[in-house]
Ligand binder design. Structure first.
Ligand code: HEM
Length: 506
């Protein structure tokens, strides 16, 4: 830098001169900075838009150039995923580029290629590692690691294991219904989404840890709005890793209690009777892969199961409730079927409840339209790349096919926005099963599917057979789905119980 000032004393090390040069040339300094930034931006833009391996794929140039494009829609508009379907129309292409290294597929024919039973198309670290829930089953991206974890815990989520919950689930659902009846009599409304979430959270904890956090015991007049649920609502999913230590004291305490019990089992070497619970299985898994048990990691994973269970079910059941109560024909048909099955419903015979055809159709149609994965579940294109929709997509590209591509496709589901359970009852309806993707498909599909179905069936059967209900101060705008990786509605669903049809029955 010495050359900048030719009149300087050669004995001087030059630092002072450089300083005075820049002090005296503020405008030049600013221009230099602006020039550097403009050059950098222009260079990056040109490189990403025109000289990137995805350059040939149509899509908004700004999306290709910078992640800020996606960020803008996520922060200031209704979410980037709201644009996905329209981008395919705008660019008249089944493949569009939605990020620097990210493409979106608009053709349902590729859904099962991406979400397949094999190890190809691993979860994209670009999203899952950023969620920060280290070690959680959900965020494991390495196929082999996922396989060993999944096969160790899978038995806990089997249909049989969910069946074993029957007596306790019956007690909790029937108790929640009794409390709703009391609210109805008092002329109070009920935030039913909280009731569903509370039931699902308690059942998830019971399945996994053999204990609950007592959601259903939290004040019923607040619709079981437990501190855990309250905190989940306050901190978005994207902030969880930062707040896990802050607002979840009760879960923390419960986890310590469960861990202490498991440590005793490990020390004594004496397994209790019955299906091994989650922490025991995690000790097994860690041993089998030669790692030590990391309590912090398992805590985060456990937290993730709790929220996935609570909010997955709450989200879908709130939509079921809205759909039944705003479609009088559907409501009448369902109530007729439930009335005829009342005996089994009151006995909480879940296997018989789960065989009811119209209820099944209502639930499938709700799962289709509830929008359980609005932004899709990004995967990574495997080695050698793939050809899709007339384009070559290179290995390592993040690839997404959001669920509405399938769920709102008019060739698969004619008149797709209509809530029409009958479509699942027709002669060729079995062909539709492959397009029921709400739990995803393939190797990374929802592990909690069995308990989720059991809750969906029994909650709807009990509440809709027992109560005449109406929607209370909730409108269609409240049903809008906001993408926070986990789907959220703008506002929860409220109902009012008008009549208790089981009152006086013995
Ligand atoms: C109606 C309710 C539910 C719906 C619609 C639902 C939906 C989904 C979807 C779409 C995925 C795939 C996520 C991805 O690929 O990243 C998933 C995964 C998962 N779900 Fe669910 N879920 C529900 C209930 C539950 C319940 C009750 C539990 C807990 C017991 C649970 C735990 C999980 C876990 C741990 C994963 C990660 C699985 C893996 O990566 O192998 N879910 N769920």
């Amino acid at each position: 830098m010495y050359w900048l000032n030719s009149t300087a004393d050669p004995a001087d090390n030059g630092e002072g001169d450089v300083q005075s040069f820049f002090d005296g040339h503020k405008a030049l300094r600013i221009s230099f900075l602006i020039g550097t930034v403009v050059f950098y931006l222009a260079f990056t833009y040109t490189k990403r838009v025109y000289f990137h391996p995805l350059s040939g794929i149509p899509g908004p140039s700004l999306a290709a150039a910078t992640q800020f494009y996606e960020g803008y829609f996520n922060i200031f508009r209704e979410g980037f995923c709201q644009k996905f379907l329209s981008l395919h129309k705008e660019y008249k292409s089944p493949v569009v580029r939605i990020g620097t290294n990210h493409v979106h597929i608009g053709d349902p024919a590729y859904y099962h290629t991406i979400h397949n039973p094999g190890p190809k198309y691993a979860k994209a670290p670009g999203l899952y590692k950023k969620l920060g829930i280290n070690g959680a089953l959900l965020t494991i991206t390495e196929p082999d690691r996922h396989k060993t974890y999944h096969s160790t815990v899978n038995q806990l989520f089997s249909r049989r294991s969910s069946d074993d919950l029957q007596p306790k689930m019956a007690a909790e659902v029937l108790r929640a219904a009794d409390l709703m009846a009391l609210q109805g009599k008092a002329g109070e409304h009920c935030v039913i989404q909280r009731v569903y979430r509370a039931l699902a959270a308690d059942m998830t904890a019971l399945l996994m840890f053999g204990d609950t956090l007592g959601f259903i015991d939290s004040p019923h007049y607040a619709d079981h709005y437990h501190q855990f649920m309250n905190n989940v609502d306050r901190y978005s999913v994207l902030l969880w890793p930062n707040v896990l230590g802050l607002g979840f004291a009760e879960f923390d305490k419960a986890f310590d209690r469960w861990l202490e019990k498991e440590n005793e089992i490990q020390k004594s070497g004496k397994e209790p009777e019955g299906t091994k619970k989650f922490l025991g299985l995690m000790f097994d898994w860690k041993k089998s892969i030669g790692e030590s048990f990391n309590a912090e990691e398992i805590f985060e994973d456990s937290f993730n199961y709790m929220t996935a269970g609570m909010d997955g079910n709450g989200h879908v059941l709130s939509f079921v409730t809205w759909s039944i109560l705003t479609n009088p024909d559907v409501k009448a048909k369902l109530e007729k079927e439930l009335r005829e099955a009342r005996q089994y419903i009151r006995e909480f015979n879940h296997r018989r409840i789960m065989a009811l055809p119209y209820l099944t159709a209502v639930l499938k149609e709700s799962l289709r339209l509830a929008n359980t994965a609005p932004a899709g579940l990004p995967r990574e294109v495997p080695q050698q790349g793939v050809n899709m929709g007339g384009y070559h997509i290179p290995a390592g590209t993040m690839i997404t096919i959001c669920h509405p591509v399938v769920e709102r496709n008019e060739n698969i589901f004619p008149d797709p926005l209509k809530f029409d359970p009958e479509r699942w009852l027709g002669e060729d309806s079995s062909a539709l099963e492959k397009w029921l993707v709400a739990f995803s498909k393939g190797r990374r599909q929802c592990i909690g599917k069995n308990i989720a179905w059991m809750l969906l069936y029994t909650n709807v059967a009990v509440f809709f057979d027992r109560f005449e209900m109406e929607i209370y101060e909730t409108n269609i705008e409240d049903m809008f789905v906001v993408d926070l990786f986990a789907p959220r509605r703008r506002a929860p669903i409220k109902v009012r119980v008008l009549k208790d049809r089981w009152e006086g029955l013995t």
